[in-house]
Design a protein around this ligand. Structure first.
Ligand code: NOJ
Ligand code: CA
Length: 556
């Protein structure tokens, strides 16, 4: 099947189903709710939806612990509702991709139940090891969410590996029966008509032979023995040749700790092309070191370095996935922008990434400039990752860290209007609604031509209209500035320039001087997107707090 790379012309929207829209009033977001909102997404200019997991799950990790890969959870509406959403999305020319979580399953999956009882062929579906002397763990690796990477199973009387929560045992991908299952699952959804997968921590699926101890510090201990493991390419190629190549689909890897150079081993379009795009984490490290839980002051230079190195190094070889938010990180306005200048900074951040080369993803609520959530008590948090971070610290200290770092901030219900529960549900919401929903919601922003939502709509439309955004050469200016991000996209006659201030203080810039664009280029009529009125025609100007301007000209 010809691979048309349709994803290069679209903007995706990520739905985290539990908190998007509740259609039946039980307090949990569902596919009936999604159905009602498809026109909203279409209006926004969205051409594809990524669904975080919709499968049956005990929800130890909000759906990333799957107990049945070939069904849709009843609370989300079951298979019938999914098929309807798929059909209606396709009618509106929106693609649909699923989350494929095959590094691990739920411990309540039938495979695990049979594996712990050594029922074939499931006996070796997971990574089991006997206890060492004095009950020693098989190795010293850490899990990402809950202590060490091994838990004892009373039934089988062995340890099993879990790189995430205790209830998320890792599959043994070296077992060919397991790979057959994965291919089967892929085929099941693709033949149903879905358009591809976002593959959860897929770079972790091949563990180093012998599972050796690691000398790294805690938290990441083990990661270099299972990230980009020895047989990863081989397995990916198997999935590709035996299943994915038969469909015109997209495959996206979630890839922690990957550099652009490493990424090219996977996304090079002339090479093995294991994936079409990768979700890298460098752009998530503007105010932390590797993890949100290791905070640092915000550094625009670090963020710009991440943006630009991916733009430069993938150019002409692979394709970037552009994002600023997803369900695993706090809200970007609260991280890289300013809650005080919420509207201005949300728009500025939008233009910062929307005109780079690649396929942009917008996470639910990002298009409204939703902000972090600041509960008063630890007990209000839900997320397994959050609650296991420094569980022994005093409450106040934990709360301060979680306010800043918790992904629960991105999981509060979508704010549809200023009515009860932000219009998310007519029942009791499963999770806290952010109190600011009266000021930040879809209904109000639809009425306001200067809203963050209106800005996103314009930015997406512009991106789709201007060919230079797809193919133009990317170049960054003022690289050393800690306040301004400036880049151009050019191809022959077409010139697009984005200049964005990440400061609440005024900053003087002279883009004509840096870029060599003529003075006439900076005619105010060429300013096609902005978050403050632009009245001057000057080629040098003072930027207001979190100001952004996008200039475009096709005849100079
Ligand atoms: C990455 C997912 O995005 C995250 O939400 C999940 O907790 C882990 N992988 C484990 O599946
Ligand atoms: Ca519901």
């Amino acid at each position: 099947m010809k691979h048309t790379r349709w994803y290069k012309n679209r903007v995706f929207y990520q739905i985290w189903p539990r908190s998007f829209a509740d259609g039946n009033g039980d307090g949990i977001g569902d596919l009936w709710g999604v159905l009602e909102k498809l026109d909203y997404l279409k209006e926004l200019g969205i051409g594809g939806i990524w669904f975080s997991p919709l499968y049956p799950s005990p929800n130890a990790d909000c759906g990333y612990d799957i107990s049945d890969y070939k069904d849709i959870a009843p609370e989300y509406g079951g298979m019938a509702a999914f098929e309807k959403v798929l059909e209606e999305a396709h009618k509106r020319d929106m693609k649909v991709i699923m989350d494929l979580v095959v590094n691990h399953t739920s411990d309540e999956h039938e495979w695990f139940r049979k594996s712990r009882e050594r029922i074939d062929p499931y006996t070796d579906y997971y990574i089991w090891r006997p206890a060492g002397k004095n009950n020693r763990l098989p190795n010293n690796w850490d899990s990402h969410f809950e202590g060490k990477a091994w838990s004892w199973d009373e039934v089988r009387q062995e340890y099993y590996m879990h790189l995430f929560a205790v209830k998320q045992p890792d599959l043994n991908m070296d077992n060919h029966f397991v790979r057959e299952e994965v291919k089967n699952i892929m085929d099941f959804w693709l033949s149903k008509g879905v358009d591809g997968f976002r593959e959860d921590v897929i770079t972790f699926i091949s563990k180093k032979e012998g599972l050796p101890n690691d000398r790294l510090l805690p938290v990441f201990r083990g990661i270099f023995h299972y990230n980009h493991g020895p047989r990863l390419h081989e397995y990916l190629q198997e999935f590709k040749h035996e299943v994915l190549d038969r469909y015109d689909c997209v495959t996206i890897a979630e890839a922690p700790l990957v550099s652009p150079r490493k990424a090219l081993e996977y996304v090079d379009e002339d090479g093995s092309n294991d994936f079409d795009m990768m979700i890298q984490f460098q752009c998530m490290c503007g105010n932390c070191l590797f993890l949100d839980y290791i905070p640092t002051p915000f550094s625009l230079r670090r963020l710009k370095y991440a943006f630009s190195s991916w733009q430069r190094k993938l150019n002409g070889k692979g394709w970037n996935l552009l994002y600023l938010e997803n369900h695993d990180h706090p809200r970007v306005v609260s991280r890289y922008g300013s809650e005080q200048y919420r509207v201005e900074s949300a728009k500025m951040l939008c233009a910062s990434y929307m005109f780079q080369q690649g396929t942009p993803f917008v996470y639910q609520g990002q298009e409204l400039g939703m902000t972090n959530w600041y509960p008063e008590h630890i007990s209000e948090y839900e997320d397994v990752q959050t609650l296991n971070n420094h569980p022994n610290w005093p409450e106040e200290k934990r709360l301060k860290l979680y306010h800043r770092a918790s992904r629960d901030s991105a999981r509060t219900p979508m704010q549809w209007n200023s009515e009860d529960n932000a219009g998310f549900t007519t029942g009791t919401p499963w999770f806290h609604v952010n109190e600011n929903y009266r000021e930040i919601n879809v209904a109000d922003q639809l009425q306001d031509k200067d809203s963050v939502l209106a800005f996103y709509k314009k930015a997406i439309a512009l991106r789709k209209k201007l060919a230079v955004v797809k193919n133009g050469v990317y170049r960054e200016y003022m690289r050393l500035s800690g306040k301004v991000y400036m880049y151009t996209r050019t191809d022959g006659m077409h010139k697009l320039l984005v200049v964005a201030s990440y400061s609440e203080k005024p900053v003087r810039v002279s883009p004509a001087f840096c870029t060599g664009f003529t003075k006439t280029y900076f005619d105010k009529n060429n300013c096609v997107l902005f978050n403050y009125p632009v009245s001057e025609n000057g080629a040098a100007f003072t930027m207001r707090p979190y100001e952004v301007r996008v200039y475009y000209c096709d005849h100079l």
